[in-house]
Design a protein around this ligand. Sequence first.
Ligand SMILES: [Zn+2]
Length: 120
Amino acid sequence: MRSRYSAFCLGKVNYLVETLHADKRQLDDVAILKQSIKETQWLGLKIIRHKIQNQEATVEFVGFYQDKPIGQLHEKSRFIKQDGKWLYIDGEQLPTIKLARNEQCFCGSGRKFKKCHATD
Ligand SMILES: [Zn+2]
């Protein structure tokens, strides 16, 4: 999950396609991913919970991206392990979350949210 997020930030499209489950790959994956990476500036990632059961895992996370106000991708993703590699299957989109003003900011600055990326 974190490695896929880093790949998004760094624009490593091939890695993203390789870690996509074979059944879910489309011919236009690379073009779609390139477009999405060009348009989105990711600021941080917050893992809310994850569960691993045998060869399957779910990860609920929120990815934050530059927008006004800050954009959120809140998703519960499903992964499956094949030949020792976790592959992304699909994700369920969830509503945006509210951040507590005193919690650490998602961007990794080490500062409180209210003193960093909070806009109000
Ligand atoms: Zn911040």
